[in-house]
Design a protein around this ligand. Structure first.
Ligand SMILES: [Zn+2]
Length: 54
């Protein structure tokens, strides 16, 4: 239970920060979604193509 609820919460938080973000500093090269945190794997498409944006 802990694993799923934790992952779900993290995903919701990431989604909300993405929705309200003006300061997205990472972007996925694969799906071009903007992210506010660095991920090893894109939470949108699952590719390991998240890069920092200046
Ligand atoms: Zn992606």
């Amino acid at each position: 239970m802990g694993l799923f609820s934790k992952a779900g919460k993290t995903f919701e938080e990431a989604k909300q920060s993405y929705m309200s973000s003006k300061g997205a500093t990472y972007v996925c090269r694969s799906c071009e979604e903007r992210l506010t945190e660095e991920y090893d794997y894109c939470p949108h498409c699952g590719e390991d193509s998240v890069e920092k944006v200046e």
